[in-house]
Design a protein around this ligand. Structure first.
Ligand code: BES
Ligand code: MN
Ligand code: ZN
Length: 498
């Protein structure tokens, strides 16, 4: 995709399709007013007739308007002007993209970037626009026999800016957004691939191929023999029931000499059957998404490496398949983690924390400035926050705040839940140092408390993305979240957002 910005008024801009907006009650957006004037009041007339709607999400495409150079104009409803915030802005652009993508337009110029949207700066308006368009154009067809290629003719996306001085900001936003869309698309592809294709070995190969494509990026994967040597007994206990070899993927991007790295750890359970504590059959297929934490940190790495940001970033992916079998770990088994702490496995379906805890211990050797783990860790998180907010938990309120703020500015929001001793007590075990489950109450929090036992001495936060990583129902598929949040964190650390 190519990007550009323009200061030319909407009516005089030649291109395949323009995007302009009308608010509820017939109020025209800035570019719509320009089109209206140039066409002798066409839009006003259509609104009066009831043929153009200002309802958010509605979109009409008008071709060949007299007095307008563009071949088509997509007129999208923006809702009430007083309520026009970032969410409305993105919904309008997504609706316009859905309407335009099957038209023959090769280049599209979005004039909604001229509108005020909440308190988003021009940089963020352009970024959100490209991210929304990119996510709407995404399609996953690689497992269809027809191998249909994505059916859009859009090759260039432009944004209207008010002054020439804003062109540089728009260009920077486009560069960042394009890299974020790339990271999200990779994340979604990995998430959408089935468990029989996207195995731990597949993820490891993906990481190694990425390292060949980017400067300053290396990738390797520890095998089970090496894990045994590191005494990663918790991680290894999860892979005991499967024939798929487990991997611990290590990706290192070096963009700043001698700086402490940011370390991102992603849960990579390529299929979670529950193990001996087998899950019920309903919607069990969705447990192929149990590697979306891994996919999101690999996606964030793709964004950072593409942008060649001046930071150091390490991505760790413990990846396994969780299956029952005669060699599988059983409820009541006690395993010794790399940290030396012993764990009573009361439920083999609480496997994410078992692979993450050894990865967190391993993370310490990179002398990180901060560690964020990302995991589809608990069904309880979905009960607590639903599908709209990622849960963030940290013993450092400063780091939690940093993550929350990155989520707000990236428009990929999180919400903090506590970590505290009272909850930690629920993990007590009669036989080992502690158990891997803490009962039904506050399940997302006790999972974080478990991880906290392996994170002492590090600046660490945990993201539970069980509710946000994928959509169910008719729109079933990976969402690409929280790649925007993680990328934002890296962009901020790189000083790339001014
Ligand atoms: N991968 C699941 C969590 C999950 C469940 C994510 C449903 C999204 C939707 C995780 O490994 C798991 O099974 N967690 C258990 C923990 C319990 C046994 C303490 C859960 O949440 O039920
Ligand atoms: Mn599980
Ligand atoms: Zn799981």
């Amino acid at each position: 995709m190519e990007y550009f910005s323009t200061t030319t008024g909407a009516a005089r801009r030649s291109c395949g399709c323009l995007i302009v907006g009308v608010y509820m009650n017939g109020k025209l957006g800035i570019a719509a007013a320009d089109i209206d004037a140039a066409s002798g009041g066409l839009l006003s007339k259509l609104i009066k007739q009831g043929d153009l709607s200002g309802s958010i999400g509605d979109c009409n495409i008008l071709p060949d308007i007299d007095g307008v150079r563009a071949q088509r104009v997509a007129i999208v409803g923006l809702g009430a002007k007083a309520q026009f915030d970032v969410r409305a802005y993105r919904r309008a652009i997504a609706a316009a993209t859905r309407a335009i993508k099957s038209s023959k337009s090769k280049d599209v110029v979005n004039y909604l970037s001229l509108e005020e949207a909440g308190d988003a700066s021009l940089y963020y308006r352009v970024r959100y626009s490209i991210e929304s368009i990119g996510n709407e154009l995404y399609s996953f067809t690689q497992m269809k026999s027809a191998r249909k290629k994505a059916h859009t003719s859009i090759r260039k996306i432009g944004h209207a800016v008010a002054t020439r001085a804003q062109a540089a900001q728009a260009a920077r936003a486009a560069e960042h957004a394009d890299a974020i869309v790339g990271g999200m698309s990779l994340c979604r592809d990995l998430g959408n691939l089935p468990g029989n294709v996207c195995t731990p070995s597949y993820l490891a190969r993906t990481a190694q191929q990425m390292a060949k494509q980017h400067k300053n990026l290396s990738a390797r994967a520890l095998n089970e023999t090496e894990m045994k040597r590191h005494k990663m007994g918790a991680l290894l206990s999860v892979t005991a029931g499967t024939r798929e070899p487990a991997k611990l993927i290590v990706m290192q991007y070096k963009g700043k000499p001698r700086a402490k790295p940011i370390v991102l750890v992603g849960k990579g359970v390529t299929f979670d059957s529950g193990g001996i504590s087998l899950k019920p059959g309903a919607a069990m297929d969705e447990m192929k998404f149990d590697m979306c934490g891994a996919a999101s940190v690999i996606g964030a790495m793709e964004t950072v490496a593409k942008l060649q940001l001046p930071i150091n970033l390490t991505v760790l992916v413990p990846t396994v398949e969780n299956m029952p079998g005669s060699a599988a770990t059983k409820p009541g088994d006690i395993v010794t983690s790399m940290s030396g702490q012993t764990i009573e496995v009361l439920n083999t379906d609480a496997e994410g924390r078992l692979i993450l805890c050894d990865a967190l211990t391993y993370a310490k050797r990179f002398n990180p400035q901060l560690v964020v783990d990302v995991a589809t860790l608990t069904g309880a998180c979905v009960i607590a926050l639903g599908h709209h907010r990622t849960a963030v938990m940290s013993q450092s309120d400063t780091l939690a705040r940093e993550v929350l703020d990155a989520g707000i500015s990236a428009d990929d929001r999180a919400w903090q839940l506590p970590i505290a001793e009272e909850y930690s007590k629920q993990l007590q075990s009669n036989f080992a140092d502690f158990a891997n489950i803490g009962g039904r109450d506050a399940g997302a929090i006790t999972a974080a408390c478990f991880l906290a036992k392996f994170a002492d001495g590090i600046n660490w936060a945990h993201l539970d993305i069980a509710g946000t990583a994928w959509l169910s129902g008719a729109k079933k598929g990976a969402s690409g979240r929280p790649v925007p949040l993680l990328s934002e964190l890296c962009l901020i650390h790189a000083g790339a957002i001014k």
